[in-house]
Design a binder for this molecule. Structure first.
Ligand SMILES: Nc1ncnc2c1ncn2[C@@H]1O[C@H](COP(=O)(O)OP(=O)(O)OP(=O)(O)O)[C@@H](O)[C@H]1O
Length: 234
């Protein structure tokens, strides 16, 4: 694949999942981790997904981000169908178009905040998509921490560096797994507010999995996952 720019215009959803099933074989039994998912996430929208443990939330993120291939159904990110891409093309596509944010930031211990961001530019992706590390650090309120390593930053600061790093390649899709699990209430609100601002300003489609109902007020839409299916959250 030579052309990794998105094929759609701004009305193309950032993410479209159609008829997604993900099954695992357990002896004679077929387990449905995802049992028929149809959902779109617009550019500039934060979709929160809540639901009990084992419902399929992590599986949903893994399939949406091209880390797991679904058993059936199609995944489109920014108008590009990921079905049928080779492993190599999928890896490239992810690098340029999908950002991941994990529970604890997942930073490289030896690198300063600024170098965590600069590292993204050395991974050989599409340089035209790269944002400026210093501007991004400013956007997440961490200019004064640019030279700090993770060990001397707070949990909230580390999480904000993780968010900035995920945004470095101007992704179409941002996948966020329990971003506030390690944070206190104030930092949780700050981090999710920041995610929402960046999502809205830069037209990203964001899917955020969480057990933290306090932060749902910052999200544009909330769905509940139960037994591998998405339904309205009440
Ligand atoms: N590699 C695998 N092999 C077999 N079963 C799996 C595998 N990965 C996930 N599952 C099963 O699929 C279902 C969904 O798991 P998943 O991790 O997506 O749930 P979750 O909603 O993210 O849970 P949690 O909130 O605890 O992280 C569970 O029943 C899980 O045991």
């Amino acid at each position: 694949m030579t052309n990794t720019t998105h094929t759609g215009d701004d009305s193309t959803p950032g993410l479209r999942l159609s008829g997604i099933e993900l099954t695992f074989q357990d002896g004679d039994q077929t387990l449905y981790a995802l049992a028929g998912i149809d959902v779109e996430v617009a550019r500039g929208e934060v979709l929160a997904v809540v639901g009990p443990s084992g419902a399929g939330k992590s599986s949903l993120l893994a399939v949406a981000g091209g880390l797991l291939s679904p058993t059936s159904g199609t995944v489109e990110v920014g108008g590009r169908d990921l079905t049928g891409l080779s492993r190599r093309d999928l890896t490239r596509f992810r690098r340029d178009h999908v950002g991941f944010v994990f529970q604890s930031g997942n930073l490289v211990p030896a690198l300063t905040a600024r170098d965590q961001l600069r590292l993204v530019g050395t991974l050989g992706g599409d340089r035209s998509r790269l944002r400026d590390p210093d501007q991004l650090l400013e956007a997440v309120g961490l200019t004064h921490r640019a030279r700090r390593r993770p060990a001397t930053m707070s949990g909230g600061e580390r999480q904000r560096v993780g968010i900035a790093r995920a945004l470095m390649s101007s992704p179409d899709l941002l996948l966020v797994d329990e971003p506030t699990a390690a944070l206190d209430r104030r930092n949780s609100h700050d981090v999710v507010r920041l995610l929402a601002e960046e999502t809205h300003q830069h037209g990203v489609a964001t899917v955020l999995v969480t057990h933290d109902h306090e932060i749902l007020e910052h999200c544009d839409r909330v769905l509940e996952m139960v037994d591998g299916r998405l339904r309205a959250h009440v």
